[in-house]
Design a protein around this ligand. Structure first.
Ligand code: B12
Ligand code: SF4
Length: 469
């Protein structure tokens, strides 16, 4: 990871919070007119399915809009919906863009254009955080990590016109400081019907498991924070009221929602009373207990996304994914299935220990355990992670457009690249053949997961190894 020189670090502790908050309010009140911010969620250049069709509402940018909107005027653009990014930025004082690695080059292009037009340009999100020196050359300021922990300083500087090159909080604020996200910014787009009807919600942040390929440990360290349960439940009730129904679908954006079992179990008990439906990313270390899966089912969980990653114990060890125990995989799956919970299973290929046998093992596991929605990706060392540093001499591309987890990034030790891709395509085709879909899905509720399988059937039919170079 790149280190920050102390002269460009602005600390959230430089001033007592209530004092700086007061100055901020006063400064805002003194402004002749409210400054205008343009917030942008750029679309990536990937030809893969991750940025097209129905997309989830970008909770990250919605959180930014919610804070910004308290003091400034906000225009919200989500390019993935078909919203157009203007060429002329003269109507805005600040252009603020969110970016992950796969849309970083797009974000930089927009940022460069806005910078040339003399706007204050702010970049935030996981990629600018990981590579803040690179990002700095495309903007006025980079926000490292979450906006909430550095907002008072950032907003004060925008009002005063004295921007710093990097804003990084020395200390993360408790999640109780997080505002109730205002979805109207996203929903007011004329293209909003392209958003998934699942409402993103956040209960916890961080994940101390520490997998070496993941950005979360770098951004949040070993910290694990959670919101008071009442705040999460109030947000759910609010949406139930807004939509006039109990059965609202929520999608947790947490890194690892079950890390604190007591908190998680209480949240589930309370959600069971609300009558909502939900899905989440989860690590499997505590789903091998049947009572956890039973409560999850009762609380309205219909899908859990689990990173199985690999069926090779050496690989699991090498990525430091201590939460995965191969011996529990089948138990976890059956516990969830027994309680009507479908599984989106993530599997990665291209690790140094992978051989052709790894593909067969994965196929057998998926088919035997009837995993409803398997997702396959190629190992992608993301910049800023320990894995990236380790693999850097072997990485084939530093073109961020290729960091969509569907590109061949390095040759694994035990397989030639062409064999890796040949098997990668074959596995996807096999798993999404009509017959295989029926075998995995027969008897399961007729819902969007069937549709996802159908889409994947069409998509995987078109795949060829060349796609992944
Ligand atoms: C939930 C989640 C998903 C969900 C929903 C994604 C979505 N549309 O939001 C699903 C399952 C669909 C998904 C899919 C994928 N994901 Co994902 N996902 C996450 C996860 C766990 C949480 C993201 C989130 O919403 N957090 C809650 C919000 C509120 O927090 P936040 O994003 O950190 O935003 C705050 C700050 O970043 C900052 N901020 C953000 N933007 C901006 C902008 C400005 C101007 C400012 C000032 C501040 C600011 O303030 C925000 C508010 O606090 C992250 C891990 C993580 N912690 O980032 C991975 C993560 C983003 N995903 C990742 C990946 C690789 C993927 C996939 C490619 C996986 C795949 N093979 O399909 C796809 C790509 C989808 C896409 N089109 O981007 C990687 C990205 C790595 C990288 N360097 O880009 C991450 C970081 C996980 C990892 N491996 O490290 N993902
Ligand atoms: S368990 Fe998931 S969120 Fe936690 S460090 Fe590993 S990949 Fe990241």
């Amino acid at each position: 990871m790149q280190t920050l020189s102390s002269d460009i670090v602005v600390s959230s502790l430089d001033q007592a919070p209530d004092f700086s908050e007061k100055i901020l309010q006063q400064l805002a009140a003194e402004q002749k007119s409210r400054k205008r911010w343009l917030l942008i969620q750029p679309i990536s250049n990937t030809s893969m399915m991750v940025d097209s069709g129905t997309v989830s509402m970008p909770l990250n940018l919605i959180m930014v809009a919610t804070l910004v909107g308290k003091l400034f005027d906000v225009t919200f653009i989500d390019e993935r919906l078909g919203d157009k990014v203007p060429e002329d930025f003269s109507g805005f004082d600040v252009v603020a863009i969110t970016s992950r690695t796969l849309n970083a080059s797009k974000a930089y292009k927009i940022a460069d254009n806005a910078l040339r037009q003399g706007r204050t340009v702010i970049l935030g999100g996981v990629h600018p955080t990981m590579l803040h020196e690179e990002a700095s050359s495309h903007c006025t300021s980079v926000v490292y990590g979450e906006i909430e922990s550095i907002w008072t300083e950032l907003a004060t500087d925008v009002l005063k016109g004295t921007m710093q090159s990097v804003y990084r909080a020395k200390e993360l604020k408790p999640m109780s400081a997080m505002l109730h996200p205002d979805f109207s910014y996203a929903l007011s787009s004329k293209n909003a019907k392209k958003y998934s009807t699942r409402i993103p919600v956040l209960a916890t942040k961080g994940c101390p498991v520490g997998c070496n390929f993941c950005t979360t440990p770098t951004v949040y360290g070993k910290s694990y924070r959670y919101r008071e349960l009442d705040l999460v439940l109030d947000e759910m009730r609010y949406h139930q009221q807004r939509l006039g129904k109990k059965n609202v679908n929520f999608s947790f954006m947490d890194d690892n929602i079950s890390f604190r079992p007591k908190y998680f179990m209480t949240l589930l008990e309370e959600m069971a009373k609300l009558g909502v439906h939900w899905n989440a990313n989860i690590s499997m270390n505590f789903l091998d207990k049947p009572e956890v899966a039973a409560l999850a089912g009762r609380s309205g969980c219909d899908l859990l996304s689990i990173g199985f990653e690999s069926l090779n114990p050496e690989t699991i060890k090498s990525v430091q994914k201590g939460s995965n125990r191969l011996g529990s995989y089948e138990q976890v799956v059956s516990n969830l299935h027994n309680n009507g919970i479908a599984i989106q299973g993530y599997f990665m290929f291209g690790f140094d220990n992978d051989t052709e046998e790894s593909f067969q093992l994965t196929y057998d596991f998926i088919m035997k355990n009837r995993i409803e929605f398997p997702v396959f990706s190629l190992v992608t060392p993301f910049p800023g992670t320990p894995y990236f540093d380790e693999m850097k001499p072997r990485i084939r591309h530093f073109d961020w457009d290729k960091y969509d987890t569907y590109h061949f990034m390095f040759e694994p030790n035990k397989m030639k690249g062409d064999k890796l891709l040949e098997n990668f395509v074959k596995l996807q085709r096999e798993v999404y053949k009509g017959r295989a879909i029926m075998q995995r899905m027969k008897g399961k509720p007729l819902n969007w997961i069937w549709l996802a399988n159908y889409m994947m059937h069409r998509f995987t039919n078109k795949l060829s190894p060349e796609y992944f170079y």
